[in-house]
Design a protein around this ligand. Structure first.
Ligand code: ATP
Length: 337
């Protein structure tokens, strides 16, 4: 693979290994920015050319001053958003793959719903007034990561008994959709204006995904509450008859993003987090506007990427491929922020 005079960089967490392996496979130089105590770990991987360590991610703006002068392209992932926060992400000066306008639409739950609603996506009902609620519901505090702090309520009494755990944190009350959870990983190319499904996963959440292993009889009297803390991801293939709607949802989300966020809208990797009900409808509980960690299952490609590519194509590698094509076609400005 020909060397390209650009370095692809990311922070040392989340999907960094996948992103940098994919970048190397596409002929880029690679850089990881990580905490000092992870240096030895990342050194194990020969596809990482350079490691820069920081004591704390809050020190990042200092090193950014130096990096900005080099040909470096940063690939954002969920941990970068979490470590630096929304404002620092937006004010970052490094070349950044993606459209930063999406960050505002994603971070605000109300805006996210407006976006998905415009895209004609089924959404779980949300209740503003406690007297209007139909049960069961899931109560979500703001800013909870990885499902931590969410609770399930089967009726008003159950809700009243549990709500004090959230203390004063703001929350939303959402219809609990009973079905199979499925996270669909898309890639939208702004260069070819096409959408691709790269892979799919299910999050494995404790303890909700294990409750079915204990019969109701065995649970009675134990007062086990479902919790939604993510511990891992497992693959799933979707019934083929549901695949056209999976593609169509992705397309509608992109179209709506262009109407709401300016011409470029959302591009690159994104994920629709869905629950599929017995009548085979997708309900979307959340959208992530970048690579999600579930794609790590598919460093060597997936059944879906295999339908499109003749070589192993992870989402990380697909990002690098897009950058490579943009460089060749002199369109880098179209995909960076
Ligand atoms: P955030 O990204 O805001 O931190 P999160 O990704 O931690 O959120 P969600 O994806 O919204 O959290 O939800 C976590 C889990 O809770 C889901 O994977 C799913 O199992 C469950 N869940 C969330 N919303 C619903 C719903 N409306 N109906 C049924 N289950 C839900």
């Amino acid at each position: 693979m020909a060397k390209i005079n650009y370095t692809i960089a990311t922070f040392g967490s989340h999907s960094a290994l996948q992103i940098l392996k994919g970048a190397k496979d596409e002929g880029f130089k690679t850089l990881i920015i990580t905490l000092l105590d992870r240096k030895d770990f990342y050194q194990r991987f020969p596809f990482i050319d350079k490691i820069i360590t920081v004591k704390n991610y809050s020190d990042f703006p200092e090193i950014e001053e130096k990096l900005v002068k080099e040909n470096i392209i940063l690939i954002p992932h969920g941990s970068i958003v979490a470590y630096l926060g929304l404002e620092k992400n937006k004010s970052m000066k490094l070349k950044y793959f993606g459209n930063k306008q999406v960050l505002d639409w994603e971070a605000d739950r109300a805006k996210q719903r407006e976006w998905l609603h415009k895209a004609e996506i089924n959404l779980p009902k949300q209740f503003d007034n406690i007297d209007d609620v139909t049960y069961p519901v899931i109560v979500k505090s703001y800013g909870a990561a990885g499902g931590k702090g969410y609770f399930y309520a089967k009726n008003r009494q159950d809700f009243e008994d549990k709500i004090h755990h959230l203390k004063d944190a703001p929350f939303v009350i959402q219809e609990y959709v009973i079905g199979v959870t499925l996270y669909i990983h898309y890639f939208y190319s702004p260069l070819t204006k096409t959408i691709e499904i790269m892979s799919m996963d299910r999050r494995y959440e404790t303890n909700v995904d294990s409750l079915g292993r204990i019969p109701l009889r065995g649970q009675e009297g134990l007062e086990i509450e479902p919790s939604y803390v993510v511990v891992g991801n497992s693959p799933l293939v979707l019934r083929e008859s549901l695949l056209p709607e999976a593609y169509a949802m992705g397309e509608r989300v992109i179209k709506a993003s262009k109407e709401l966020m300016g011409e470029r809208g959302l591009f690159g990797p994104f994920c629709l987090e869905t629950v599929i009900t017995p009548d085979q409808k997708f309900f979307v509980i959340e959208i992530s506007g970048r690579i999600v960690a579930g794609t790590n299952l598919f460093i060597n490609g997936s059944p879906y990427s295999d339908l499109i590519y003749q070589e192993p194509m992870s989402t990380g590698r697909r990002v690098a491929r897009e950058i490579e094509i943009a460089i060749k076609e002199n369109k880098l400005g179209e995909i960076l922020n």
